[in-house]
Design a protein. Structure first.
Length: 362
């Protein structure tokens, strides 16, 4: 048995680095397991105890995992995200069910474009159709170096950890785990929307949308509430409306009241359009008899919103960029791959207020 120098910790760290460089940094797709402890000890001229301690370091870094009777499996963190490598996008269920709205598909498409710009393959996985073990096995077999979660359930998170795959969550409403969350600036957008309507002299401003449904809704409501607080006012309790299953009908009832609001915060694309259609049914002219602020993406604004209002007055909109969100998410994912000890962050993509006169410039 070779005689090891002192201190042992330095030798162990050196062996871990040699294994990292020789067997992990440039790992081929065919190498699923490292050589045995005995083989490594012989090749590196150290004891098996030192090899075992070095492999424990690599396991703590998420690079390998001991499997009984099989040795040390190389994990996704050991895959260099170079040209042709795979990045997974985890979806909750069948894509046609998940992305019935345009914005959901837009986020997935933005992630795919960013990955392809980096020369990576994209693997879409319907996480809701697989058990945690099945999802973990699929991630390992596909040799994905990282995963973006569009569904941060406990099962999806556990599967990513089991597979040794670094992950970030994109625009999740839950934010339950110790990973990066890249989100819309819901609070800031709500604040901008509220300040806009208050600045136009409105005092009877309705909230039309969910409040407690998710962190998205709570943060948008809190942002709008902060605008009222700055103005020395409270959100009018009698003007908070949750639309239910018939948004146009609910908006029509809200606007048909004798004490109707003069302005509405409908900070979801579909609810803003429903409010505008209800106003049209009642003969209310946007910008004169009713002010409205909606919420959508920079990309979807010309595609749907301008088309919806091309023949009449348009409301103001809070806009955010799915492309910027995807770029941030993928950059953070690659950073986590390089540095497994990186602390998770909550990152908000900024919003802006687009006024009706600016529609052609958005």
């Amino acid at each position: 048995m070779p005689v090891e120098s002192s201190p042992g910790a330095a030798l162990t760290a050196d062996v871990a680095e040699r294994v990292r460089q020789e067997y992990l940094a440039e790992r081929t797709a065919s190498m699923r397991f490292l050589p045995s402890e005995r083989e490594l000890a012989t090749r590196l001229q150290v004891s098996r105890t030192t090899v075992r301690r070095a492999l424990s370091i690599l396991a703590d870094e998420g690079l390998v995992r001991a499997e009984h009777g099989r040795g040390y499996r190389t994990l996704a963190r050991s895959i260099t995200p170079g040209a042709g490598s795979r990045m997974a996008i985890l979806l909750p269920r069948m894509s046609e069910e998940l992305y019935a709205d345009a914005i959901g598909g837009e986020k997935a498409g933005a992630l795919q474009r960013v990955a392809l710009e980096n020369g990576w393959q994209v693997l879409f996985m319907m996480a809701g159709q697989l058990s945690p073990k099945g999802l973990a096995d699929s991630l390992r077999e596909a040799e994905s170096w990282g995963a973006v979660l569009l569904w941060d359930s406990a099962e999806t998170y556990a599967a990513a950890r089991e597979a040794g795959v670094p992950c970030v969550a994109l625009d999740s409403a839950e934010q339950s785990f110790a990973i990066d969350y890249v989100l819309q600036d819901n609070f800031g957008g709500g604040l901008q929307a509220g300040e806009h309507l208050l600045g136009r002299g409105h005092r009877r401003i309705a909230w039309f949308g969910p409040v407690r449904e998710s962190r998205h809704s709570l943060e948008r409501f809190a942002g709008a509430g902060s605008a009222f607080t700055r103005a020395g006012m409270d959100v009018p309790g009698d003007l908070v409306f949750e639309p239910g299953k018939d948004p146009v009908g609910a908006a029509r009832q809200m606007l048909a009241r004798a004490d109707r609001p003069t302005a509405v915060l409908a900070l979801w694309e579909g609810l803003a359009i429903a409010t505008a259609r209800a106003a049209g049914d009642l003969g209310l002219v946007l910008g004169k008899e009713l002010d409205l602020v909606g919420w959508t993406t920079e990309q979807n604004y010309p595609a749907r919103v301008e088309r919806e209002f091309r023949e009449g007055p348009a409301p103001a909109w809070i806009l955010w960029d799915t492309g910027e969100m995807a770029r941030i998410a993928v950059a953070r994912l690659a950073w986590h791959h390089r540095d497994p000890g990186l602390k998770p962050l909550r990152i908000s993509v900024p919003t802006r207020l687009a006024l009706p006169a600016q529609r052609k410039e958005a």
